[in-house]
Design a protein around this ligand. Structure first.
Ligand SMILES: Nc1ncnc2c1ncn2[C@@H]1O[C@H](COP(=O)(O)OP(=O)(O)OP(=O)(O)O)[C@@H](O)[C@H]1O
Ligand SMILES: [Mg+2]
Length: 483
């Protein structure tokens, strides 16, 4: 441990236990005596204290010195990394009203994280992770989008670990955070201006340099200003497989955000052209989100298709996180599901020798009540004396699953006219009623629908008989089958 590490450790003694505690993911200091920690996505106030403002400021100054940056009245904020890889951001008073305010973000060690872990935590599905791995191999350009602390950097780290060996990767960051493990990596970090306001190196400067240093791919840790345009240019000029993160709440918003940032600089590019460039540059948007229960999930994996005739971005969701309920302690239950869209570059996957079953993009079948369940429901309603109950049950069975908005093959066509009507087979003897109900349930239709269809079929058959073998009018199709 160097001299600085030791003095750092001494200055940070009041929070050392949290820095060492692996279950703590974030340490938040709101002035010298108010210190919070985050564990499992939840914040708790601790009793730790820096004593007074001067001690806290001394610690922050020491960190700044360690990373060769400044924090003083002229430069009242600091972005830096601690020796253990944690990220730190600090703001001095008087802007920080409670006293020096600091956030220390501890990253799960890159070596300890893996897609397997994220899959087991429910952050992403195995199929989606496999798809992203193929996207990286195919050199698709990927933007990881999300809110603050949603897990963007963590996810980008993992994606970076999937890069093909032997490719030259250039990483450009504000304060280095990414710990991508690969065999040929060059890292760049921005540099603040000196006392005379000289010598600053911005992300934009560094991307321009990176472009001249024979990169295969470029990763920009976080796109938050005019460098959006540079990254788009990188992506559009043959450095396929480039990546970056940006702050946005949906994949569509991520594109709009890049557009806004790219047009911040004096680009002179007409908006329509810029949009086409962005839509052409970004192939996949991975959306990360910190949910209410503190968990981090990938909520969307979407493909950018282009720009429509009205100049709007078009995006298709390939995978999405679907919440299915709420568990104990308000834990959000759900899973990532395919959305039934096949990426436009699917052929490329096959042509390049990857095996990815196209069925993995298929929407899972809507959960439909079984025929027996529908039958039981009807019988219960018919047995009940109330004709209203019977009618409601009959209407309710129009399209099992339709209530959830999922629709079903049998119910899609013929709902109107039956819903809300009285039991359409009330006039039949009970045994025949039961036979009709069973047949309807088997066909996946409502009783009214099935009965109407059966009657029409009977009529058509009779007409065909009298017409001497002419084609039956109603054909063999069940209502709804056409739809
Ligand atoms: N899938 C996950 N499950 C649980 N914790 C996670 C997950 N992904 C990230 N984290 C943790 O959440 C915190 C925030 O992660 P990260 O820094 O990657 O977010 P970010 O979106 O890049 O944040 P920022 O917007 O501040 O840059 C870190 O402590 C990280 O270890
Ligand atoms: Mg980040």
């Amino acid at each position: 441990m160097g001299v600085f590490d030791q003095s750092l450790a001494a200055f940070l003694a009041p929070i050392k236990e949290f820095l060492d505690d692996e279950t703590v993911t974030e340490v938040l200091i709101n002035g010298p005596t108010e210190i919070w920690v985050e564990k499992k996505g939840k914040l708790t106030l601790t009793t730790a204290s820096f004593g007074d403002e001067s001690q806290l400021q001394a610690a922050v100054r020491n960190i700044a010195q360690y990373v060769k940056r400044q924090i003083d009245s002229q430069h009242p904020t600091l972005d830096a990394r601690l020796p253990n890889g944690s990220r730190i951001h600090a703001v001095l008073p008087p802007s920080a009203r409670k006293g020096t305010t600091v956030a220390i973000r501890k990253f799960a060690k890159a070596a300890e994280l893996s897609f397997e872990k994220l899959i087991s935590w429910g952050t992403i599905s195995a199929d989606a992770a496999e798809f992203l791995e193929i996207c990286i191999q195919l050199a698709k350009n990927i933007i990881v989008s999300g809110g603050t602390g949603s897990g963007k950097t963590t996810f980008l780290n993992l994606l970076g670990g999937l890069l093909p060996k032997g490719e030259r990767l250039m990483i450009v960051e504000d304060a280095s955070e990414l710990q991508i493990r690969s065999d040929h990596i060059v890292n760049f970090e921005t540099k603040a201006a000196d006392h005379e306001g000289k010598g600053a190196l911005t992300i934009r400067d560094l991307i321009k340099s990176a472009m001249r240093l024979r990169p295969d791919r470029i990763i920009v840790g976080e796109v938050r200003a005019g460098e959006a345009l540079d990254l788009i240019t990188v992506m559009n000029t043959g450095h396929g497989g480039s990546m970056g993160t940006t702050h946005a709440n949906t994949p569509m918003d991520a594109l709009v955000r890049l557009e806004t940032l790219a047009s911040l600089g004096d680009t002179g590019i007409p908006l329509a052209a810029l949009r086409r460039q962005i839509a052409g540059a970004v192939h996949i948007v991975v959306q990360a989100k910190r949910l209410h229960d503190g968990s981090r999930k990938i909520t969307h994996i979407s493909e950018v298709l282009g720009v429509d005739e009205n100049g709007r971005y078009t995006v298709q969701d390939l995978f999405k996180f679907i919440q299915t309920g709420l568990g104990e302690d308000h834990k959000i239950l759900g899973e990532m599901r395919p959305m039934g869209n096949i990426p436009t570059f699917f052929e490329e996957i096959e042509v390049n020798g990857f095996t990815y079953d196209v069925k993995k993009f298929a929407k899972p079948a809507p959960t439909k009540p079984s025929a027996q369940e529908v039958l039981a429901q009807h019988q219960a309603a018919l047995n009940a004396k109330s004709p209203v109950a019977a009618a409601a049950a009959s209407a309710g069975a129009v399209a099992p699953g339709a209530a959830g908005g999922t629709g079903s093959a049998g119910g899609a066509g013929g709902g109107p006219g039956v819903a809300g009507a009285a039991n359409p087979i009330a006039h039949l003897p009970p045994a025949q009623q039961q036979a009709v109900i069973a047949a309807a349930a088997k066909a996946g239709m409502s009783v009214g629908q099935y009965y109407k269809w059966a009657l029409e079929k009977q009529k058509a058959a009779a007409a065909a008989k009298t017409a001497g073998g002419a084609k039956p009018a109603a054909g063999g199709k069940k209502p709804g089958e056409a739809a």
